[in-house]
Design a protein around this ligand. Sequence first.
Ligand code: NAD
Length: 487
Amino acid sequence: MTSIDLADVTVAGVSVDTRHYIGGRRVASETTFANTSPIDGSELGNIARGGADEIDLAVAAARDAFPAWAAMPTAERAAILNRIADLVEERLPELANVETMDNGGLLRSNLRGVMPRVAHNFRFFADWAVNQLRHDDFETRGHTNHVSWDPSGVAGLITPWNAPLMLATWKIAPALAAGDTVVLKPAEWTPLTASLLADICADAGLPDGVFNLVQGFGREAGAALVAHPGLRRISFTGSVPTAKSIARAAADNLTPCSFELGGKSPCIVLADADIELAAALAVEQYDNAGQVCLSGTRLLVHESIADDFAAAFQAKAASLRQGDPRDPDTDIGPQVHAVHFDRIKGFVDRAEADGASILMGGTANADLGGLYFTPTLVGDAARGSEILTQEVFGPVLTMQRFATDEEALELANGTEFGLAAVVVSGDRAHAAAITERLVAGTIWVNCFFVRDLRAPFGGSKKSGVGREGGTWSFDFYADVKNTVVAP
Ligand code: NAD
Protein backbone atom coordinates (compact mmCIF):
# COMPACT_ATOMS: atom_id res chain seq x y z
CA MET A 1 0.00 0.00 0.00
CA THR A 2 2.99 2.29 0.14
CA SER A 3 4.46 1.51 -3.27
CA ILE A 4 4.04 4.99 -4.77
CA ASP A 5 6.17 7.66 -3.26
CA LEU A 6 3.60 10.38 -2.82
CA ALA A 7 4.12 13.26 -0.49
CA ASP A 8 3.64 16.99 -0.57
CA VAL A 9 2.44 19.27 -3.31
CA THR A 10 2.56 23.04 -3.06
CA VAL A 11 -0.74 24.87 -3.56
CA ALA A 12 -0.99 28.65 -3.16
CA GLY A 13 2.45 28.50 -1.54
CA VAL A 14 1.25 25.98 1.04
CA SER A 15 2.68 22.49 1.32
CA VAL A 16 -0.11 19.88 1.30
CA ASP A 17 0.45 16.18 1.94
CA THR A 18 -1.49 14.21 -0.65
CA ARG A 19 -1.53 10.92 1.27
CA HIS A 20 -4.09 9.52 3.67
CA TYR A 21 -3.74 10.10 7.40
CA ILE A 22 -4.32 6.88 9.32
CA GLY A 23 -3.46 6.15 12.94
CA GLY A 24 -1.35 9.31 13.11
CA ARG A 25 0.79 8.33 10.09
CA ARG A 26 0.77 9.37 6.46
CA VAL A 27 -0.07 6.40 4.22
CA ALA A 28 0.18 6.28 0.43
CA SER A 29 -1.79 4.12 -2.03
CA GLU A 30 -0.85 2.10 -5.08
CA THR A 31 -2.79 4.46 -7.31
CA THR A 32 -3.56 8.16 -7.38
CA PHE A 33 -5.99 10.54 -9.00
CA ALA A 34 -5.34 13.99 -10.47
CA ASN A 35 -6.68 17.09 -8.80
CA THR A 36 -7.13 20.29 -10.82
CA SER A 37 -8.13 23.83 -9.94
CA PRO A 38 -11.47 25.05 -11.31
CA ILE A 39 -10.03 28.56 -11.49
CA ASP A 40 -7.85 27.87 -14.51
CA GLY A 41 -7.65 24.09 -14.92
CA SER A 42 -4.11 24.00 -13.50
CA GLU A 43 -2.88 20.72 -12.01
CA LEU A 44 -2.78 20.78 -8.22
CA GLY A 45 -1.17 17.37 -7.81
CA ASN A 46 -1.91 13.67 -7.57
CA ILE A 47 -3.86 12.47 -4.58
CA ALA A 48 -3.73 9.04 -2.93
CA ARG A 49 -6.64 6.94 -4.19
CA GLY A 50 -7.87 4.86 -1.29
CA GLY A 51 -10.06 1.78 -1.38
CA ALA A 52 -11.19 -1.04 0.87
CA ASP A 53 -7.68 -1.75 2.22
CA GLU A 54 -7.10 1.82 3.38
CA ILE A 55 -10.61 1.97 4.86
CA ASP A 56 -9.93 -1.24 6.81
CA LEU A 57 -6.73 0.28 8.16
CA ALA A 58 -8.43 3.53 9.07
CA VAL A 59 -11.41 1.92 10.81
CA ALA A 60 -9.03 -0.36 12.73
CA ALA A 61 -6.98 2.67 13.83
CA ALA A 62 -10.13 4.51 14.89
CA ARG A 63 -11.37 1.47 16.83
CA ASP A 64 -8.00 1.11 18.59
CA ALA A 65 -8.04 4.78 19.56
CA PHE A 66 -11.65 4.76 20.72
CA PRO A 67 -11.44 3.39 24.31
CA ALA A 68 -8.85 5.92 25.51
CA TRP A 69 -10.52 8.86 23.71
CA ALA A 70 -13.94 7.86 25.06
CA ALA A 71 -12.54 7.54 28.58
CA MET A 72 -10.82 10.93 28.50
CA PRO A 73 -12.69 13.51 30.61
CA THR A 74 -14.92 15.69 28.44
CA ALA A 75 -13.07 18.84 29.47
CA GLU A 76 -9.74 17.35 28.31
CA ARG A 77 -11.19 16.39 24.98
CA ALA A 78 -12.65 19.89 24.71
CA ALA A 79 -9.25 21.46 25.43
CA ILE A 80 -7.77 19.58 22.45
CA LEU A 81 -10.64 20.67 20.21
CA ASN A 82 -10.04 24.26 21.30
CA ARG A 83 -6.36 23.88 20.40
CA ILE A 84 -7.44 22.66 16.95
CA ALA A 85 -9.58 25.81 16.67
CA ASP A 86 -6.58 27.96 17.68
CA LEU A 87 -4.45 26.39 14.94
CA VAL A 88 -7.23 26.78 12.36
CA GLU A 89 -7.27 30.50 13.21
CA GLU A 90 -3.46 30.69 13.08
CA ARG A 91 -3.38 29.02 9.64
CA LEU A 92 -6.57 30.64 8.40
CA PRO A 93 -5.02 32.36 5.34
CA GLU A 94 -3.37 29.10 4.28
CA LEU A 95 -6.61 27.15 4.62
CA ALA A 96 -8.59 29.84 2.80
CA ASN A 97 -6.15 30.08 -0.11
CA VAL A 98 -5.84 26.32 -0.57
CA GLU A 99 -9.60 25.82 -0.46
CA THR A 100 -10.12 28.58 -3.04
CA MET A 101 -7.63 26.90 -5.38
CA ASP A 102 -9.32 23.54 -4.81
CA ASN A 103 -13.02 24.36 -5.22
CA GLY A 104 -13.09 27.87 -6.70
CA GLY A 105 -14.98 29.47 -3.79
CA LEU A 106 -14.38 33.16 -3.16
CA LEU A 107 -11.19 33.82 -1.20
CA ARG A 108 -12.95 36.79 0.40
CA SER A 109 -15.66 34.50 1.79
CA ASN A 110 -13.19 31.83 2.88
CA LEU A 111 -11.15 34.39 4.81
CA ARG A 112 -14.05 36.22 6.45
CA GLY A 113 -16.77 33.62 6.80
CA VAL A 114 -15.99 30.01 5.98
CA MET A 115 -12.69 29.38 7.79
CA PRO A 116 -13.65 31.34 10.92
CA ARG A 117 -16.72 29.11 10.98
CA VAL A 118 -14.43 26.03 10.81
CA ALA A 119 -12.74 27.20 14.01
CA HIS A 120 -16.13 28.03 15.51
CA ASN A 121 -17.37 24.48 14.80
CA PHE A 122 -14.64 23.11 17.08
CA ARG A 123 -15.09 25.73 19.81
CA PHE A 124 -18.87 25.49 19.77
CA PHE A 125 -19.13 21.70 20.15
CA ALA A 126 -16.28 21.60 22.68
CA ASP A 127 -18.16 24.13 24.80
CA TRP A 128 -21.50 22.41 24.30
CA ALA A 129 -20.13 19.06 25.49
CA VAL A 130 -18.71 20.65 28.64
CA ASN A 131 -21.32 23.26 29.55
CA GLN A 132 -24.61 22.64 27.77
CA LEU A 133 -25.06 18.91 27.30
CA ARG A 134 -27.36 18.07 30.14
CA HIS A 135 -30.90 17.05 30.81
CA ASP A 136 -32.50 17.75 34.17
CA ASP A 137 -33.01 14.60 36.22
CA PHE A 138 -36.68 13.76 36.73
CA GLU A 139 -38.58 11.47 39.05
CA THR A 140 -40.84 8.51 38.43
CA ARG A 141 -42.59 7.29 41.60
CA GLY A 142 -39.59 8.45 43.64
CA HIS A 143 -37.03 6.94 41.24
CA THR A 144 -34.53 9.31 39.62
CA ASN A 145 -34.08 9.28 35.84
CA HIS A 146 -30.65 10.46 34.70
CA VAL A 147 -30.00 11.02 30.99
CA SER A 148 -26.43 10.87 29.67
CA TRP A 149 -24.67 10.88 26.31
CA ASP A 150 -22.03 8.12 26.01
CA PRO A 151 -19.45 7.89 23.22
CA SER A 152 -20.68 5.36 20.66
CA GLY A 153 -17.62 4.25 18.65
CA VAL A 154 -16.28 5.01 15.18
CA ALA A 155 -18.15 7.50 13.00
CA GLY A 156 -17.70 7.32 9.22
CA LEU A 157 -18.05 10.78 7.67
CA ILE A 158 -18.60 11.51 3.98
CA THR A 159 -18.66 15.07 2.75
CA PRO A 160 -19.21 17.10 -0.45
CA TRP A 161 -17.10 19.67 -2.29
CA ASN A 162 -19.13 22.88 -2.05
CA ALA A 163 -17.82 23.95 1.39
CA PRO A 164 -15.36 21.12 2.00
CA LEU A 165 -13.71 21.97 5.30
CA MET A 166 -16.69 23.73 6.87
CA LEU A 167 -19.03 20.81 6.16
CA ALA A 168 -16.45 18.22 7.26
CA THR A 169 -15.80 19.98 10.57
CA TRP A 170 -19.56 20.39 11.16
CA LYS A 171 -19.41 16.58 11.56
CA ILE A 172 -15.89 16.02 12.91
CA ALA A 173 -16.21 18.51 15.79
CA PRO A 174 -19.42 17.12 17.37
CA ALA A 175 -18.32 13.51 16.78
CA LEU A 176 -15.00 14.11 18.58
CA ALA A 177 -16.66 16.18 21.30
CA ALA A 178 -19.08 13.29 21.89
CA GLY A 179 -16.10 10.97 22.40
CA ASP A 180 -16.31 9.15 19.07
CA THR A 181 -13.34 8.59 16.80
CA VAL A 182 -13.73 9.29 13.09
CA VAL A 183 -12.81 8.29 9.57
CA LEU A 184 -13.39 11.07 7.03
CA LYS A 185 -13.70 10.52 3.28
CA PRO A 186 -13.84 13.97 1.66
CA ALA A 187 -15.11 14.66 -1.86
CA GLU A 188 -12.64 13.66 -4.56
CA TRP A 189 -12.94 17.06 -6.28
CA THR A 190 -11.72 18.87 -3.12
CA PRO A 191 -9.29 16.74 -1.11
CA LEU A 192 -6.79 19.36 0.05
CA THR A 193 -7.98 21.20 3.15
CA ALA A 194 -8.92 17.93 4.88
CA SER A 195 -5.25 17.02 4.64
CA LEU A 196 -4.23 20.33 6.20
CA LEU A 197 -6.71 19.61 9.00
CA ALA A 198 -4.93 16.29 9.64
CA ASP A 199 -1.68 18.25 10.18
CA ILE A 200 -3.52 20.58 12.53
CA CYS A 201 -5.00 17.68 14.53
CA ALA A 202 -1.54 16.19 14.96
CA ASP A 203 -0.03 19.54 15.98
CA ALA A 204 -2.88 20.14 18.46
CA GLY A 205 -2.07 16.89 20.24
CA LEU A 206 -5.10 14.89 19.14
CA PRO A 207 -4.15 11.28 19.96
CA ASP A 208 -3.22 9.09 16.98
CA GLY A 209 -6.18 7.31 15.41
CA VAL A 210 -8.84 9.67 16.76
CA PHE A 211 -9.09 11.47 13.41
CA ASN A 212 -8.36 9.48 10.25
CA LEU A 213 -8.54 10.63 6.67
CA VAL A 214 -8.89 8.43 3.59
CA GLN A 215 -8.84 10.16 0.22
CA GLY A 216 -10.49 8.71 -2.87
CA PHE A 217 -13.62 8.24 -4.91
CA GLY A 218 -17.11 7.73 -3.59
CA ARG A 219 -17.65 4.44 -5.40
CA GLU A 220 -14.35 3.07 -3.98
CA ALA A 221 -13.26 4.49 -0.61
CA GLY A 222 -16.71 5.93 0.14
CA ALA A 223 -18.57 2.71 -0.61
CA ALA A 224 -16.06 0.66 1.43
CA LEU A 225 -16.41 3.01 4.39
CA VAL A 226 -20.20 2.97 4.61
CA ALA A 227 -20.34 -0.82 4.25
CA HIS A 228 -17.78 -1.34 7.03
CA PRO A 229 -19.13 -3.30 10.00
CA GLY A 230 -16.74 -1.46 12.35
CA LEU A 231 -18.71 1.79 12.16
CA ARG A 232 -21.23 2.83 14.78
CA ARG A 233 -22.41 5.96 12.94
CA ILE A 234 -22.48 7.26 9.36
CA SER A 235 -22.93 10.97 8.71
CA PHE A 236 -23.26 12.00 5.09
CA THR A 237 -23.76 15.31 3.31
CA GLY A 238 -24.36 15.06 -0.42
CA SER A 239 -26.90 14.08 -3.01
CA VAL A 240 -30.08 12.01 -2.71
CA PRO A 241 -28.94 9.16 -5.02
CA THR A 242 -25.74 8.70 -3.00
CA ALA A 243 -27.73 8.75 0.27
CA LYS A 244 -29.93 5.95 -1.04
CA SER A 245 -26.92 3.82 -1.85
CA ILE A 246 -25.39 4.56 1.58
CA ALA A 247 -28.64 3.66 3.32
CA ARG A 248 -28.66 0.31 1.51
CA ALA A 249 -25.07 -0.42 2.54
CA ALA A 250 -25.69 0.72 6.13
CA ALA A 251 -28.76 -1.50 6.41
CA ASP A 252 -26.62 -4.66 6.47
CA ASN A 253 -24.95 -3.52 9.69
CA LEU A 254 -27.90 -1.44 10.94
CA THR A 255 -25.50 1.49 11.21
CA PRO A 256 -27.42 4.65 12.16
CA CYS A 257 -27.23 7.32 9.44
CA SER A 258 -27.55 11.09 9.43
CA PHE A 259 -28.20 12.57 5.99
CA GLU A 260 -27.94 16.24 4.95
CA LEU A 261 -29.08 16.22 1.32
CA GLY A 262 -30.13 18.42 -1.52
CA GLY A 263 -32.74 21.12 -1.84
CA LYS A 264 -34.96 22.98 -4.29
CA SER A 265 -35.88 25.72 -1.89
CA PRO A 266 -38.39 28.48 -2.62
CA CYS A 267 -37.79 32.20 -2.15
CA ILE A 268 -41.32 33.56 -1.74
CA VAL A 269 -41.88 37.26 -2.36
CA LEU A 270 -45.29 38.26 -0.98
CA ALA A 271 -47.29 41.18 -2.34
CA ASP A 272 -46.40 43.32 0.69
CA ALA A 273 -42.63 42.74 0.35
CA ASP A 274 -40.06 45.51 0.13
CA ILE A 275 -39.02 45.00 -3.49
CA GLU A 276 -35.43 46.20 -3.06
CA LEU A 277 -34.92 43.84 -0.11
CA ALA A 278 -36.52 40.98 -2.01
CA ALA A 279 -34.27 41.59 -5.02
CA ALA A 280 -31.16 41.78 -2.83
CA LEU A 281 -32.06 38.51 -1.06
CA ALA A 282 -32.82 36.83 -4.39
CA VAL A 283 -29.40 37.82 -5.76
CA GLU A 284 -27.78 36.26 -2.66
CA GLN A 285 -29.06 32.90 -3.90
CA TYR A 286 -26.18 33.01 -6.42
CA ASP A 287 -23.65 32.83 -3.55
CA ASN A 288 -20.83 30.32 -4.02
CA ALA A 289 -21.77 30.24 -7.74
CA GLY A 290 -25.10 28.72 -6.73
CA GLN A 291 -23.43 25.71 -5.15
CA VAL A 292 -25.24 26.03 -1.82
CA CYS A 293 -27.67 23.33 -0.72
CA LEU A 294 -29.82 25.92 1.09
CA SER A 295 -30.23 28.31 -1.86
CA GLY A 296 -33.76 29.53 -2.53
CA THR A 297 -33.47 28.91 -6.24
CA ARG A 298 -37.18 29.06 -7.03
CA LEU A 299 -38.27 32.69 -6.95
CA LEU A 300 -42.04 32.71 -6.35
CA VAL A 301 -43.31 36.25 -6.73
CA HIS A 302 -46.78 37.72 -6.26
CA GLU A 303 -48.12 38.76 -9.66
CA SER A 304 -48.90 42.32 -8.51
CA ILE A 305 -45.20 43.11 -8.01
CA ALA A 306 -43.58 40.57 -10.33
CA ASP A 307 -42.56 43.03 -13.07
CA ASP A 308 -41.08 45.52 -10.61
CA PHE A 309 -39.31 42.73 -8.75
CA ALA A 310 -37.87 41.28 -11.98
CA ALA A 311 -36.51 44.69 -12.99
CA ALA A 312 -34.92 45.28 -9.56
CA PHE A 313 -33.51 41.76 -9.47
CA GLN A 314 -32.00 41.95 -12.95
CA ALA A 315 -30.42 45.34 -12.20
CA LYS A 316 -28.74 43.93 -9.09
CA ALA A 317 -27.71 40.68 -10.77
CA ALA A 318 -26.18 42.62 -13.68
CA SER A 319 -23.83 44.35 -11.26
CA LEU A 320 -22.36 41.06 -9.98
CA ARG A 321 -18.75 40.67 -11.02
CA GLN A 322 -17.74 37.27 -12.23
CA GLY A 323 -14.08 36.33 -12.27
CA ASP A 324 -11.09 34.88 -10.48
CA PRO A 325 -12.24 33.98 -6.96
CA ARG A 326 -8.93 35.21 -5.53
CA ASP A 327 -9.78 38.78 -6.62
CA PRO A 328 -11.47 40.57 -3.68
CA ASP A 329 -13.84 42.34 -6.09
CA THR A 330 -15.20 39.10 -7.52
CA ASP A 331 -18.75 38.10 -6.56
CA ILE A 332 -19.09 34.87 -8.53
CA GLY A 333 -16.31 32.41 -9.32
CA PRO A 334 -16.24 29.23 -11.40
CA GLN A 335 -18.19 26.01 -10.97
CA VAL A 336 -16.24 23.33 -9.16
CA HIS A 337 -15.57 20.90 -12.03
CA ALA A 338 -16.18 20.43 -15.77
CA VAL A 339 -18.55 17.52 -15.10
CA HIS A 340 -20.63 19.75 -12.85
CA PHE A 341 -20.51 22.67 -15.31
CA ASP A 342 -21.87 20.39 -18.06
CA ARG A 343 -24.61 19.15 -15.75
CA ILE A 344 -25.75 22.73 -15.08
CA LYS A 345 -25.62 23.63 -18.77
CA GLY A 346 -27.65 20.52 -19.56
CA PHE A 347 -30.42 21.61 -17.19
CA VAL A 348 -30.61 25.08 -18.76
CA ASP A 349 -30.48 23.80 -22.34
CA ARG A 350 -33.23 21.26 -21.71
CA ALA A 351 -35.39 23.89 -20.01
CA GLU A 352 -35.04 26.13 -23.07
CA ALA A 353 -35.80 23.25 -25.42
CA ASP A 354 -38.92 22.56 -23.33
CA GLY A 355 -40.18 26.10 -23.94
CA ALA A 356 -38.83 28.03 -20.94
CA SER A 357 -37.34 31.51 -21.47
CA ILE A 358 -33.75 32.21 -20.52
CA LEU A 359 -34.23 35.72 -19.11
CA MET A 360 -30.59 36.13 -18.11
CA GLY A 361 -27.34 34.21 -18.60
CA GLY A 362 -27.56 30.56 -19.53
CA THR A 363 -24.06 30.19 -20.99
CA ALA A 364 -20.39 30.20 -20.11
CA ASN A 365 -19.08 33.71 -19.47
CA ALA A 366 -17.84 34.83 -22.90
CA ASP A 367 -14.87 36.72 -21.44
CA LEU A 368 -13.75 34.08 -18.96
CA GLY A 369 -14.69 30.77 -20.64
CA GLY A 370 -13.65 27.71 -18.68
CA LEU A 371 -15.99 26.82 -15.84
CA TYR A 372 -17.48 30.29 -15.32
CA PHE A 373 -21.25 29.88 -15.79
CA THR A 374 -23.11 33.19 -15.94
CA PRO A 375 -25.80 33.99 -13.35
CA THR A 376 -28.97 32.69 -14.97
CA LEU A 377 -32.68 33.36 -14.62
CA VAL A 378 -35.24 31.04 -16.20
CA GLY A 379 -38.87 32.08 -16.69
CA ASP A 380 -42.01 30.53 -18.14
CA ALA A 381 -41.03 26.97 -17.25
CA ALA A 382 -43.90 24.51 -17.31
CA ARG A 383 -45.19 23.42 -13.89
CA GLY A 384 -43.68 20.10 -12.89
CA SER A 385 -40.82 20.47 -15.38
CA GLU A 386 -37.32 19.33 -14.52
CA ILE A 387 -35.90 22.83 -14.00
CA LEU A 388 -38.59 23.53 -11.37
CA THR A 389 -38.31 20.25 -9.50
CA GLN A 390 -34.70 18.98 -9.71
CA GLU A 391 -31.70 20.45 -7.90
CA VAL A 392 -29.38 22.21 -10.38
CA PHE A 393 -26.76 23.27 -7.80
CA GLY A 394 -25.48 26.11 -9.94
CA PRO A 395 -26.17 29.83 -10.49
CA VAL A 396 -29.56 29.12 -12.00
CA LEU A 397 -32.75 30.61 -10.55
CA THR A 398 -36.27 30.20 -11.85
CA MET A 399 -39.09 32.70 -11.51
CA GLN A 400 -42.80 31.91 -11.21
CA ARG A 401 -45.74 34.19 -10.44
CA PHE A 402 -48.55 33.39 -8.06
CA ALA A 403 -51.93 35.02 -7.39
CA THR A 404 -52.84 33.81 -3.89
CA ASP A 405 -51.07 32.58 -0.75
CA GLU A 406 -52.64 29.19 -1.35
CA GLU A 407 -50.98 29.01 -4.76
CA ALA A 408 -47.64 30.18 -3.32
CA LEU A 409 -47.75 27.40 -0.73
CA GLU A 410 -48.74 24.80 -3.30
CA LEU A 411 -45.78 25.79 -5.48
CA ALA A 412 -43.37 26.12 -2.54
CA ASN A 413 -44.19 22.70 -1.08
CA GLY A 414 -44.56 21.07 -4.48
CA THR A 415 -41.21 19.27 -4.74
CA GLU A 416 -39.75 16.19 -3.09
CA PHE A 417 -37.31 18.43 -1.17
CA GLY A 418 -37.79 20.36 2.08
CA LEU A 419 -34.46 21.82 3.09
CA ALA A 420 -35.02 25.57 3.39
CA ALA A 421 -37.19 28.52 2.37
CA VAL A 422 -36.95 32.30 2.24
CA VAL A 423 -40.06 34.44 2.77
CA VAL A 424 -40.04 38.17 2.04
CA SER A 425 -42.91 40.18 3.45
CA GLY A 426 -43.59 43.57 5.02
CA ASP A 427 -46.08 42.04 7.43
CA ARG A 428 -44.93 39.66 10.17
CA ALA A 429 -48.36 38.07 10.60
CA HIS A 430 -48.62 37.46 6.87
CA ALA A 431 -45.14 35.90 6.82
CA ALA A 432 -46.02 33.72 9.82
CA ALA A 433 -49.18 32.48 8.10
CA ILE A 434 -46.91 31.25 5.30
CA THR A 435 -44.00 29.88 7.36
CA GLU A 436 -46.23 27.73 9.54
CA ARG A 437 -47.46 25.89 6.45
CA LEU A 438 -44.08 25.49 4.72
CA VAL A 439 -42.37 22.11 4.85
CA ALA A 440 -38.69 22.93 5.38
CA GLY A 441 -35.95 22.41 7.94
CA THR A 442 -34.87 26.07 7.99
CA ILE A 443 -36.91 29.15 7.04
CA TRP A 444 -35.58 32.70 6.80
CA VAL A 445 -37.98 35.66 6.91
CA ASN A 446 -36.58 38.84 5.33
CA CYS A 447 -33.05 37.44 5.62
CA PHE A 448 -30.88 34.62 4.32
CA PHE A 449 -28.15 32.35 5.69
CA VAL A 450 -28.25 33.49 9.29
CA ARG A 451 -26.91 30.34 10.94
CA ASP A 452 -26.54 29.56 14.64
CA LEU A 453 -25.01 26.24 15.69
CA ARG A 454 -27.49 26.02 18.59
CA ALA A 455 -30.33 25.69 16.09
CA PRO A 456 -31.50 22.39 14.61
CA PHE A 457 -30.31 21.93 11.06
CA GLY A 458 -31.52 19.37 8.54
CA GLY A 459 -34.00 18.67 5.83
CA SER A 460 -37.57 17.46 5.59
CA LYS A 461 -38.82 15.02 2.94
CA LYS A 462 -35.92 13.93 0.67
CA SER A 463 -33.66 16.72 1.92
CA GLY A 464 -32.40 14.70 4.83
CA VAL A 465 -32.73 12.35 7.72
CA GLY A 466 -32.24 13.74 11.23
CA ARG A 467 -31.17 17.07 12.64
CA GLU A 468 -27.79 18.37 13.78
CA GLY A 469 -26.74 21.40 15.84
CA GLY A 470 -26.51 21.80 19.63
CA THR A 471 -27.77 18.75 21.50
CA TRP A 472 -29.26 17.31 18.30
CA SER A 473 -25.70 16.55 17.13
CA PHE A 474 -24.92 14.68 20.34
CA ASP A 475 -28.21 12.80 20.12
CA PHE A 476 -26.86 11.38 16.87
CA TYR A 477 -23.16 10.79 17.59
CA ALA A 478 -23.59 9.57 21.17
CA ASP A 479 -25.41 6.60 22.68
CA VAL A 480 -28.10 8.37 24.69
CA LYS A 481 -28.66 6.54 27.96
CA ASN A 482 -31.25 6.78 30.75
CA THR A 483 -30.30 5.45 34.19
CA VAL A 484 -33.14 4.95 36.69
CA VAL A 485 -32.10 4.89 40.36
CA ALA A 486 -34.43 3.67 43.09
CA PRO A 487 -34.98 5.93 46.11
P1 NAD B 1 -22.40 13.38 -4.00
O1 NAD B 1 -23.51 12.64 -3.36
O2 NAD B 1 -22.09 13.09 -5.42
O3 NAD B 1 -21.04 13.16 -3.21
C1 NAD B 1 -20.90 13.47 -1.86
C2 NAD B 1 -19.85 12.58 -1.24
O4 NAD B 1 -20.29 11.24 -1.32
C3 NAD B 1 -18.49 12.62 -1.92
O5 NAD B 1 -17.48 12.55 -0.93
C4 NAD B 1 -18.49 11.35 -2.73
O6 NAD B 1 -17.19 10.84 -2.98
C5 NAD B 1 -19.26 10.42 -1.84
N1 NAD B 1 -19.87 9.27 -2.51
C6 NAD B 1 -20.33 9.20 -3.79
N2 NAD B 1 -20.83 7.96 -4.03
C7 NAD B 1 -20.70 7.26 -2.88
C8 NAD B 1 -21.05 5.94 -2.50
N3 NAD B 1 -21.63 5.09 -3.34
N4 NAD B 1 -20.79 5.55 -1.23
C9 NAD B 1 -20.22 6.39 -0.35
N5 NAD B 1 -19.85 7.65 -0.67
C10 NAD B 1 -20.09 8.09 -1.92
O7 NAD B 1 -22.74 14.91 -3.79
P2 NAD B 1 -21.88 16.15 -4.27
O8 NAD B 1 -22.14 16.35 -5.71
O9 NAD B 1 -20.48 16.03 -3.81
O10 NAD B 1 -22.54 17.29 -3.40
C11 NAD B 1 -23.60 18.04 -3.84
C12 NAD B 1 -24.85 17.61 -3.12
O11 NAD B 1 -24.68 17.79 -1.71
C13 NAD B 1 -26.04 18.45 -3.48
O12 NAD B 1 -27.16 17.64 -3.61
C14 NAD B 1 -26.19 19.39 -2.29
O13 NAD B 1 -27.48 19.91 -2.12
C15 NAD B 1 -25.80 18.49 -1.19
N6 NAD B 1 -25.43 19.26 0.01
C16 NAD B 1 -26.26 19.23 1.09
C17 NAD B 1 -25.96 19.97 2.22
C18 NAD B 1 -26.86 19.93 3.42
O14 NAD B 1 -26.40 20.29 4.50
N7 NAD B 1 -28.11 19.53 3.30
C19 NAD B 1 -24.80 20.74 2.25
C20 NAD B 1 -23.99 20.76 1.13
C21 NAD B 1 -24.31 19.99 0.02
